[in-house]
Ligand binder design. Structure first.
Ligand SMILES: Cc1cc2nc3c(=O)[nH]c(=O)nc-3n(C[C@H](O)[C@H](O)[C@H](O)COP(=O)(O)OP(=O)(O)OC[C@H]3O[C@@H](n4cnc5c(N)ncnc54)[C@H](O)[C@@H]3O)c2cc1C
Length: 814
């Protein structure tokens, strides 16, 4: 015990693949004074029993980045740290049963190419050239991923641990963290072997992450599933084939039947994600055990029966094999199935790298991301998909269990752009939810808030099945068109519960805010859009700023940004200023269209309706106090009507009643998306992310270079001097039946020259509009490019650097 470390820069709690990779990457970044605590032996959690598949495939850009990085790292790791490593790069064949699945594959091929990977589509008659034993009669094709493979998870963990130790990091095994406490600026981590003082703590405790989080006073959004795979013994035919060709079969994923089938020696490993799945440790009579190291759940083959039969029909060879072993282990899930990597919300100097569902294939990339968070406070790639702050605290245990089961049961499902997953709904309802629902609203959740996506007309198909399409013209299309045209010609109203709103006040408020944003703080009575950059000049977030008084501002931001933006603001808020989160107390409607002023007047609004664009005022409507903000994300004359939640029903009813005779129509988020792309208005975490700088984002008009200092100024000045390498552009695209999804590649002269970040049909301009990033030298109005949409390239043109609709903003200023 004499050499037990009593201090360290970082303490990592948990020694699975992810904890070990975090330690390795911290050490590689030069942070060698780090200690990893493992309560048992390394790998004792989920890691030891994992199947070890290492796919690169993902339909999420950031997750693909992470997995691609892992595969690259694993290829050289054994040699780099001199540790034996069973890593078989076998390639994989992912089967498609439908047109939509093939479209998904083609999109991923495009994304992969942009990340430097050569994935390929196989026609139904080509599949057997890669996988001779598969039945293909009912398939539409397949995706071939040459980088896929499998690794021994224990060897991977030990290799990362060895590499970390070689660089000077330490690992304490059989040493649980039993508590933590804050003393001054330090953490003290308690263990039975002694205490360790450190600057930073990382929770990498896998399916025990929730227990560890409790030590920090945090309730982690997660649950635990049981997941099984089955091992089958040698099949002579497979053995002789394998020996003959000198390699293994590629890994087979029948994603539409929800399982993978991998050659294991000369037999198989079959792993289903079954719909009739089972959660664990979620009830009083099934509590989380004190310790589950190196343990498994009892086999439960009954619920896998369908998949076993299906796999035997797909690969009849499997029917010849005997089942030898079943592994049924715990696997943690967040409500959206992505892990938690990043700052621990509400807790200083603490980070999370836990709740991994695919922690073997993601460990490498996750270690890199975690180490960047710790050492630099920011990551190379935008990692919002895994950021712990995407959950905001409404995710109670029942919700976590329900969503975890939904994600698990649809692990391989396609994520269509207009599809809404049905579980865990209705967590937060607008004050006028019933009214909105009665008008035909079809809802989707935003930070738990149910918002209208579109308003179904009599006869419109509102089934979930109808949402499962990549095509633009689903059942919503006609309704959305009518909604957009009502906004263009008369007036529309969008109920928007859940805006995040922070009131900051105190002497020094304006100076503080000015140092945080790139632009000017608006004058009293005025509104402005503010961009927050990081030290590298990258776009962290965007908020509306209303200047309330000399030293008081109201900051309004996206519903989903609530935790993220609050933490960002609090991280620099000086003592003496107060920040109050008023999100729950207010609700908002957007009233917009050329008749918006008439509607407000007819509703009896006691307000100065002549006040110009980008102003706000306190007013009265239906005898209730409201705040009117003269802005419109739809790009027409309009106001945001903010009211206290208790007053919202009266205000909404009055506006509806007065508006109907004037052509007022409710509209939803789909219409808003259509309207805003025509104006070139960016959406957070699509068009606006830390993947781009403020200048690349085309936001220089929001930069006040004359200010003595603001966060990111030096980096942006340097970039301005160098010149940007890529620029934000608006494109019109002669697309086919589908709009360009996020991260569709842009081509020019046979080369990939950029990517789209939004794509939607603009009903006012009658065109498919894409927002995206293009190489600077091509960002010239009129340049012809092509946008790849599900594998096909469609002609597109770079538009003027002005909104496509109402270029001079005359309608908005009317
Ligand atoms: C049957 C099955 C098959 C799977 N197959 C795959 C696959 O093919 N590919 C893939 O990518 N993923 C797979 N997974 C998922 C994968 O196993 C996990 O995502 C991964 O192991 C998570 O690694 P981790 O380091 O985050 O967590 P863990 O491996 O669970 O490690 C957490 C560690 O923290 C330790 N710990 C907990 N509390 C404390 C404490 N208080 N103090 C100190 N230490 C503590 C635990 O002992 C444990 O060792 C599979 C899972 C299952 C169940």
């Amino acid at each position: 015990m004499a050499d037990f470390p009593t201090s360290a820069r970082v303490v990592i709690i948990g020694g699975g693949a992810v904890g070990a990779s975090s330690l390795y990457h911290l050490a590689r970044a030069g942070w060698t004074d780090c200690v990893l605590l493992e309560k048992n032996e390394l790998t004792a959690g989920s890691t030891w029993h994992a199947a070890g598949n290492v796919p690169t495939f993902s339909s999420s850009w950031s997750i693909m980045n992470m997995q691609r990085y892992s595969a690259q790292l694993y290829r050289g790791l054994g040699e780099a740290v001199d540790y034996p490593m069973n890593y078989h790069v076998t390639g994989s064949v992912r089967l498609g049963h439908s047109k939509e699945r093939l479209q998904e594959f083609k999109r991923v091929v495009g994304m992969g190419r942009y990340q430097g990977m050569d994935l390929d589509i196989l026609g139904p008659d080509e599949i057997r050239s890669r996988y001779p034993f598969v039945e293909t009669h009912d398939l539409t094709g397949a995706l071939y991923d040459p980088y896929d493979g499998d690794i021994d998870p224990a060897q991977l963990t030990q290799a990362l641990a060895k590499g970390a130790r070689q660089m000077g990091a330490r690992i304490e095994r059989f040493c649980p963290a039993t508590g933590v406490r804050r003393e001054g600026d330090e953490w003290v981590v308690e263990t039975p072997k002694g205490e360790i003082r450190c600057e930073i703590v990382v929770n990498a405790a896998g399916y025990y992450a929730r227990e560890v989080a409790k030590m920090f006073g945090r309730d982690l959004p997660m649950m635990v599933m049981s997941h099984q795979y089955m091992l089958f013994d040698t099949i002579p035919e497979l053995e002789s084939w394998s020996k003959g060709v000198g390699h293994k079969l590629p890994l087979l994923r029948d994603v539409d039947s929800s399982y993978y089938l991998r050659q294991e020696k000369y037999g198989f490993n079959l792993g289903p994600y079954e719909g009739n799945c089972r959660a664990h440790w979620d009830k009083a009579d099934d509590p989380m055990p004190e310790d589950f190291s190196f343990q498994l759940f009892p086999d439960d083959l009954e619920r896998l029966e369908w998949h076993i039969n299906d796999a035997m029909a797909r690969v009849p060879l499997l029917a010849q094999a005997n089942l030898t072993k079943v592994i049924n282990g715990p696997i943690p899930y967040t409500p959206d199935g992505n892990p938690l990597i990043g700052p621990m919300p509400g807790v200083p100097n603490a980070f999370e790298a836990c709740v991994f569902t695919f922690g073997i294939c993601q460990a490498g990339g996750a270690g890199k991301v975690l180490a960047e968070w710790v050492t630099e406070g920011a990551t190379e790639w935008d990692m919002w998909s895994c950021d712990p702050r995407r959950f905001t605290g409404f995710e109670d245990p029942d919700y976590c269990v329900a969503k975890g089961m939904e994600v698990y049961g649809h692990e391989y499902a396609i994520h269509f752009p207009h599809h809404v997953w049905p579980v865990g709904r209705g967590k937060k309802l607008s004050a006028v939810h019933e009214t909105v629902a009665a008008m035909g609203a079809q809802f989707g959740p935003y930070n738990g808030w149910e918002r209208a996506l579109w308003y179904a007309r009599p006869g419109d198909d509102t089934s979930e099945a109808a949402q499962r399409t990549w095509e633009r013209e689903g059942p919503w299309f006609g309704a959305v068109r009518e909604e957009c045209l009502a906004v263009r010609d008369a007036c529309g109203i969008l109920d928007l519960p859940g805006f995040s709103r922070f009131r900051v006040r105190g002497a020094g408020t304006v100076d503080w805010l000015s140092a945080q944003i790139t632009g000017k703080v608006p004058g009293i009575g005025r509104l402005g859009l503010a961009y927050f950059a990081d030290e590298k000049g990258r776009i962290v977030t965007e908020m509306s700023v209303a200047r309330i008084a000399e030293e008081e501002v109201l900051l309004i931001t996206a519903a989903t940004a609530q935790m993220h933006d609050k933490e960002w603001l609090l991280s620099t808020l000086p003592a003496g200023l107060t920040l109050v989160d008023e999100s729950a107390e207010w609700s908002t409607q957007i009233l917009t269209g050329p008749k918006a002023r008439e509607v407000l007047a007819a509703a009896g609004a006691e307000a100065d309706l002549a006040k110009g664009w980008l102003t706000w005022q306190v007013a009265q409507l239906a005898g209730r106090p409201i705040v009117l903000m003269r802005v419109s994300f739809a790009g027409e004359l309009g106001w945001e009507i903010h009211s206290r939640v208790g007053d919202t029903p009266d205000v909404f009813a009055a506006v509806l009643a007065a508006g109907r005779p004037l052509g007022l129509r409710p509209f939803g988020m789909f219409a808003l998306n259509s309207l805003r792309v025509e104006k070139g208005y960016r959406a957070w975490k699509g068009d606006l992310s830390t993947d781009y700088t403020v200048l690349q984002g085309g936001l220089e008009r929001f930069v006040d270079w004359a200010k003595p200092a603001f966060r990111g100024k030096a980096a942006l000045e340097a970039e301005k001097q160098r010149g940007v390498t890529k620029c934000f552009v608006t494109l019109t695209v002669e697309a086919g039946d589908c709009d360009p999804p996020y991260m569709s590649t842009i081509w020019h002269d046979g080369q990939v020259v950029g990517e789209t970040t939004s794509g939607y049909f603009g009903h006012r301009v009658g065109k498919v509009v894409a927002l995206g990033m293009l190489r600077a030298e091509l960002a010239v109005p009129g340049t012809a490019v092509e946008v790849e949409i599900f594998g096909e390239r469609y002609p597109a043109v770079v538009c003027e650097d002005a909104p496509l609709w109402d270029a001079k903003n005359e309608r908005i200023r009317a």
